[in-house]
Design a protein around this ligand. Structure first.
Ligand code: ATP
Length: 236
């Protein structure tokens, strides 16, 4: 059985500069994987590589099919959605229109049902359905960005630092929601996150990137027990 996502010997380039130097990483169906690492280690580049937003070499396989060289549109159509750092909601559009925009790629008639699911999951968004996304709080915008990405019914959701800039209590709510999504939506996730403690609670496995290569990988429990991980990311 092949993994949902398999990166093999992944190299990524900005112009001629190589930023990932042969990364191997796998994500199983419905599995949550966290990627830790210092600033500049290449975490964002790894997510961008999956979406083919940077030039890559090596293998980027989704259910065994090569994504390398495909258009980002094609990658999305094959079941990948990304919530970029800084959220990327459509600020001028209402909450409702943002959710509908997220479902644009779908041909089925369940878009309204899914929007109702997200309003049930995030009552704050339901209350503010006619409000423009740009006037929501940071936490509400992040919830909207996640719901919008999931409106395409992806098999794989890529999240880049979802907790960045949010108050601790909002961060906890966000991770509760991600745990609910993990349980209810059968979607695999790759989560890049500075908040290692919460991310390791959510994830089954984890990778630590250092200067464009994988320095440590293992189960979330193994990484929690790893002394270098504890010192650098968990602070004890
Ligand atoms: P951060 O947490 O700061 O976002 P990161 O681990 O996500 O860090 P990346 O943003 O993937 O790191 O950056 C990896 C390397 O690629 C860094 O050396 C960075 O300077 C370089 N880089 C990132 N974006 C570009 C770009 N658009 N052009 C050139 N180099 C880039």
């Amino acid at each position: 059985m092949s993994a949902l996502l398999e990166l093999r010997g992944l190299r990524a380039y900005y112009g001629t500069v190589e930023c990932l130097h042969g990364v191997d990483l796998t994500v199983g169906d419905g599995e949550v994987v966290v990627v830790l690492g210092a600033n500049g280690a290449g975490k964002t580049t790894l997510l961008r590589s999956v979406c083919q937003l940077v030039r890559t070499e090596g293998s980027v396989l989704l259910s065994g099919k090569q994504l390398g060289g495909r258009s980002t549109y094609d990658v999305v159509r094959r079941g990948v959605a990304m919530v970029p750092q800084g959220r990327g909601t459509l600020a001028e559009l209402s909450v409702d229109d943002n959710l509908r925009a997220g479902g644009y790629i779908r041909k089925d008639k369940q878009v309204r049902t899914d929007i109702a699911y997200w309003y049930d999951t995030f009552p704050r968004l339901a209350q503010r359905r006619s409000t423009s996304a740009g006037s929501l709080s940071g936490g509400e915008q992040q919830m909207l960005a996640i719901a919008r990405a999931l409106m395409s019914r992806p098999r794989l959701l890529l999240l880049d630092e979802p907790s960045l800039g949010l108050a601790p209590i909002v961060v906890r709510q966000l991770f509760d929601v991600l745990a609910r999504v993990r349980a209810e939506r059968e979607v695999a996730m790759v989560v890049v996150e500075q908040n290692a403690a919460l991310a390791l609670d959510l994830a089954r496995r984890a990778y630590v990137l250092e200067a464009g290569t994988v320095a440590v990988s293992g189960s979330a429990a193994e990484l929690r027990d790893d002394e270098s991980v504890r010192r650098a990311y968990l602070g004890y």
